[in-house]
Design a protein. Structure first.
Length: 445
């Protein structure tokens, strides 16, 4: 999932004396449970979240709960041991695996990629493993294609770099797919075998593995999407393995806490490698992790977004607080929930939730918003459809938006809202679009 770089933060103090503990619900105090429950429940009630949530402090679970259904068709509820695709949170496992190989003398992160993948394009001559780890390689997403199979393949395309290696930061899933392919060629194991033998088994992460829609995976959550007329099954026509070492792992909240404790407790990497993994190079990005200050607290974090699944995990090393949110209903709230839960765990006031609750509007009311609206650099068309408006964009894309008042509309899977207002003649001709903190104004043609 692509994100913009934030403020550069270089020095990362790390505690190295954690122990992996046996966690159970008895560690949750009623006071903590109630305060954290009040954060999550409104999102679940508004059908903006289904999944599992865990908050831990000092290695001890203070809140752990499942919400909604892992399988709606069979009424199987989500739980702390439900397995979710964690999407781009996979990248931290890939980064740790590469650093493990470096610890064992199998490679160096400042080695050129072409030392291990000589068939890579000539434009990659200066690209190092570290550039891939930190999203500073400059390679384009179309510079190679991963083809899962037996054996799997990485088919290269000779495309010019977007920038010289190390000069800029640009998030790329392909870079982490290349790392997984390189890991396989270096270790002699498949990516799945290496991660299982070197991370999952040592840390007792028994609910984690590589996604596949062919294999039987007990307690796996089904992925869902907020459709135009309610929750729908997410598209399953794609190969779940296509994200590979960039986004195809699954895990549970409890397993991810074991990972968190093991990684930051020094049970996996040498201290120098752990420092490398958590020291940003460009922007706030280190190796498979974002590292920055959030509300005065040092935070190590990564999110994930895939078809049917969203995920977010944040660790605050100075306070020894971990927050994990895994969802099997696509939406926009996992990151917001993580920040709110962290605030409560720190004893602070949580941010106001951006909850949107759909209401019903008559066809007559919806009809008054129909038309084409011109914005500074594009136009869009509003078309009444059933209980919502369908937004048609210049590029042929569409987006359903739902009423939360008689003038405000919101998208369920994306952070986009629209608000209509009247002109001086009392006609609804002004349209504002809100997205990612930005606001644009358009007028009806």
């Amino acid at each position: 999932m692509t994100r913009s770089p934030k403020r550069h933060f270089r020095t990362v103090p790390l505690a190295i004396a954690f122990a992996i503990l046996v966690h159970n619900s008895s560690a949750q105090s009623p006071r903590d449970r109630d305060r954290l429950q009040r954060i999550v429940q409104p999102y679940a009630d508004a059908q903006m979240f289904m999944g599992s949530v865990l908050v831990a402090e000092n290695g001890k679970i203070i809140f752990s709960k499942g919400y909604g259904m892992a399988d709606l068709e069979w009424n199987v509820p989500n739980s702390p041991t439900t397995r979710f695709n964690i999407a781009s949170m996979t990248k931290q496992f890939t980064a740790a695996s590469i650093l493990l190989l470096e610890d064992r003398g199998k490679l160096k992160t400042d080695d050129l990629v072409k030392k291990y993948l000589p068939d890579a394009p000539a434009s990659w001559d200066k690209v190092t493993i570290y550039h891939l780890l930190t999203h500073t390689s400059g390679i384009r997403e179309d510079a190679a294609k991963y083809e899962p199979g037996t054996p799997d393949k990485l088919v290269f395309n000779d495309r010019p770099l977007n920038f010289q290696p190390g000069e800029q930061w640009a998030y790329t899933n392909l870079g982490y797919i290349v790392l997984g392919y390189l890991l396989e060629r270096t270790s002699g194991q498949t990516y799945e075998e290496f991660v299982r033998e070197n991370i999952f088994k040592p840390l007792e992460m028994n609910d984690s593995g590589l996604m596949s829609f062919v294999n039987i995976i007990p307690r796996r959550a089904s992925g869902y999407w907020p459709g135009n007329n309610g929750i729908e099954n997410a598209d399953r026509s794609f190969d779940a393995r296509i994200g590979f070492s960039s986004g195809s792992l699954y895990s549970s909240t409890e397993d991810l806490l074991r990972w968190n404790e093991g990684l930051f407790g020094g049970k996996l990497l040498k201290p120098a490698s752990l420092r490398k993994m958590t020291t940003p190079f460009k922007g706030d990005y280190a190796c498979g992790l974002y590292v920055k200050r959030a509300n005065g607290h040092l935070m190590i974090e990564h999110d994930g977004n895939n078809i049917g699944f969203n995920a977010d995990m944040a660790y605050y090393p100075e306070d020894r607080i971990a927050v994990i949110v895994l969802a099997n209903l696509n939406g926009t709230v996992t990151g917001e929930m993580t920040r709110a839960l962290a605030a409560v765990a720190h004893g602070e006031a949580p941010p106001i939730p951006s909850l949107h609750k759909e209401i019903s509007l008559s066809k007559e009311v919806l009809a008054r918003y129909a038309g084409t609206y011109q914005f500074p650099h594009y136009s869009l068309k509003m078309v009444p459809e059933g209980n919502h408006l369908l937004v048609e964009f210049d590029n042929g894309g569409t987006l359903a938006v739902f009423p939360e008042s008689d003038t405000k509309f919101f998208s369920k899977p994306w952070p986009t809202q629209f608000e209509f207002s009247k002109n001086e003649h009392g006609e609804f001709t002004i349209l504002k679009r809100y997205q990612d903190g930005a606001e644009e104004t358009g007028a009806k043609n």
